[in-house]
Design a protein. Structure first.
Length: 76
């Protein structure tokens, strides 16, 4: 029969690993939350502008890759 008293549970390796993982996750989350609270969100217009700029850069890069691939196919 398994003893379920708190002192017996503390000696179980799976329980100890589970508790340590929960503590690590809580520490990671608390750090992330403090950073989110410390930095105010950008204005909505700034976020839209930033997203548009990133999309344009990514699209231009994809277009350059496409053009390069077409040129390689033409010359081979």
């Amino acid at each position: 029969m398994i003893d379920t008293t708190p002192s017996a549970r503390l000696n179980e390796p799976h329980y100890v690993a589970w508790v340590r993982e929960r503590q690590r996750a809580a520490r990671r989350l608390s750090g992330w939350l403090s950073q989110r609270r410390a930095k105010p969100d950008l204005d909505h217009e700034e976020r839209v502008d930033a997203q548009t700029l990133v999309w344009a850069q990514r699209h231009a890069h994809e277009q350059r890759l496409h053009d390069s691939a077409i040129e390689q196919l033409r010359h081979n």
